[in-house]
Design a protein around this ligand. Structure first.
Ligand code: ZN
Length: 247
């Protein structure tokens, strides 16, 4: 797990107190512990949250932003992956409350902003509710940044629109930061069923046998390194713009 000089986890409470006084916000990385097909580890989303949040807080000073970083929340909402061993899910309600409690704690110490950096789609709804609650009831401004949304255009241009869970994008990323955790011999294109048009499917095991979508054999870690750099810049620019506009 990458360490930065902006990590609350490695500071004393006195140092943290000093840093809260001058920080523009605290980044809370949100991941998951869930299956990522037969070639990627259960920690894939949490690994992404760890590394991408480190990149974000380290690049922030170049954008005149001072960001602190809270530890990654390694559990999220993953009910739709529970058919696969090792997946751990919080209930929607527990997860929402955990997000609010983390944000409220940071607000109590003076965090001007709480920036959730999310790396798992299943977390989206609970994050939206928690953000609204924090904004209404606590003395802080909560933001939710879905990392992939800010890299989507670049990823689609390179990988096509068929990328998905444990596909070329996520495989490229884990190969970039923890190649030792990728089972290269197990990478294979996934045969997902056509998704229904008039209802939403519930479990990943309903649409894919191995748990993945897309084609991990197209992975490209060098390209991913560029996407990380560009996306980090875009997120910091977007954050600055929101702050300038009074959000
Ligand atoms: Zn994932």
């Amino acid at each position: 797990m990458p360490e930065t000089e902006h990590d609350l986890a490695t500071m004393t409470w006195e140092d943290a107190g000093d840093r809260f006084l001058v920080a523009d916000g605290v980044v809370v990385p949100t991941g998951s512990t869930e299956q990522h097909s037969v070639h990627l580890p259960l920690s894939t989303d949490s690994l992404r949250a760890d590394h991408l949040s480190a990149a974000l807080v380290e690049a922030a000073p170049d954008h005149d932003l001072a960001l602190l970083r809270a530890p990654t929340l390694p559990y999220g909402y993953s009910e739709h992956h529970m058919a696969f061993p090792g997946t751990v899910t919080l209930s929607q309600d527990t997860y929402k409350r955990a997000l609010i409690d983390v944000g409220a704690s940071l607000a109590e110490h003076g965090a001007e902003r709480v920036v959730f950096l999310n790396c798992h789609g299943g977390n989206t709804e609970a994050l939206a509710l928690a953000r609204d609650r924090l904004n209404r009831d606590h003395d802080t401004t909560a933001h939710v940044v879905h990392w992939t949304d800010h890299g989507r255009d670049e990823l689609e241009e390179h990988f096509g629109d068929g990328w998905g869970h444990a596909g070329d994008h996520e495989t490229s990323f884990v190969e970039l930061v923890r190649e030792d955790l990728v089972k290269a011999d197990e990478k294979q294109p996934q045969n997902a069923k056509d998704l229904p048009e008039t209802t939403s499917w519930t479990y990943f095991s309903d649409v894919t046998e191995l748990g993945g979508l897309g084609d991990p054999t197209n992975s490209d870690p060098e390209f991913m390194a560029q996407v990380v750099e560009h996306t980090t810049e875009r997120i910091l620019e977007a954050l600055n713009e929101d702050i300038e506009n009074g959000w």
